[in-house]
Design a protein around this ligand. Sequence first.
Ligand code: ADP
Ligand code: MG
Length: 464
Amino acid sequence: MENKSTKSHNIYVSEEEQTLKWEEIQVALEKNFGSEIYSSWLKNIILLKEYNDHLILGVPTRFFRDWIVSRYLDKILEQVKLFKLSLTRIEFKITEDVKTSIPNNIKIDEIGKVSEIKDSILNYNRLNPNLDFNNFVQGRSNEVALSYSKKICEQVSRYNPLYVYGGVGLGKTHLLNAIGLELQPDNNVMFISAERFMYHFIKSIKKNDMVNFKDFFRKSSVFIIDDIQFIRGKESLQEEFFHTFNSLMDKGSQVIISADRPPMKLDRVQERIKSRLSGGLIVDIESPDLELKNKIIKKRLMDIQNQFKENINISEDVLNFIAGESKTNIRELIGILNRIIAFSRVHKKILTVSDCKTILKDVFNQTKVITVDKIQNIVSNFYSISLSEMLSQRRSRPLARPRQIAMFLAKKLTTRSLPEIGRRFANRDHTTVIHAVKTINRLSEKDQELKKNISEIKSILMEE
Ligand code: ADP
Ligand code: MG
């Protein structure tokens, strides 16, 4: 990938330490995140310094850093680890000066803040060209969902809405994306995650531009919305979604929805929405069986061999081992496979099953790393407040309580010191953190609702 800023900054990495080729990682990032997120955000990251266990990456502005850290950091780390196993963390430095690396749809004012993201709705409606029907391997667990997805492409609006549900990493997004790609040439396709739908919704409210927002989504003839469970507990978002949904259905647009559970199990979602979501066809994707896992591995190996024009020697034993090892989902399966392939390419050796066991040891023994950022994100999400509200100086109860809960969890679940935690909460003093911990400890003893919420937040933190 041609990227000037990357090249010129690589000189900061001293020769003996440098084992990573940032260009290669960028290719992997683009593949994984899709070209739209990549070109808006990730392309602008540069490698400043490489250590054995961590990397220092450069980003142009504070806004960039916060955006990337809050949304993509975990997945970026996961990706770079495929290239260098010993990495455990990533730090960011703000370079400010790298004007060239700022995406051209973003205007930067004098203080370096992003003042405007033009055409952002359009920017978020890109389909990933790699996730098509050709690349979707059929198996027993997904054949019903796959076959109805294809039927919809042959006859739009025959099953309306189509609701696809299943656990994490089983192929929902891939399938929805494939439908979008297939229908795109002849239809006005909108493909958006529920989370981004909310992002645009809030932005339009703030800009007083709801007319455009409504118009934009309602004019699509195929409306695909991913991960609808995200609307749980968010009343005003549900309201807006409900109206969008109805007006689309009224004019005969095809609606396709995915979720991690069936419609009736969407708790904290209005009954009328659940019932409308159930009004068409509901299909589920189950966990893959061994046969499907094997097929996916073989296909992926072929793809990589074709892409890199090199032979990858992985024995049948190893393949079976990988398929048997990944118990839960296809994303994990692919992650494991990538790791093993990266290792065998770097070390140029044919791997045995026992090599693989060693390589994968830390994948399976990985304890979840819970960071202050993650806590802030999940808590603010849980209480439907924004991250900036969580960090703001405002003291109203609906903001102060979640803020205190986040501080409390940061103290309990991370190894950060009180002053460090304070700093992460917009430079508050450590005494504020102590106060928060005490308050939440005290309140949760008698407030059952609070206690329940905290334990729910903890379990979300452990899951993610
Ligand atoms: P979900 O949206 O259900 O969490 P994704 O669609 O993101 O899952 O799938 C996770 C990963 O697994 C993606 O890289 C996707 O391409 C891949 N994947 C899932 N199912 C299949 C399949 N049947 N064939 C090939 N790749 C698949
Ligand atoms: Mg998904």
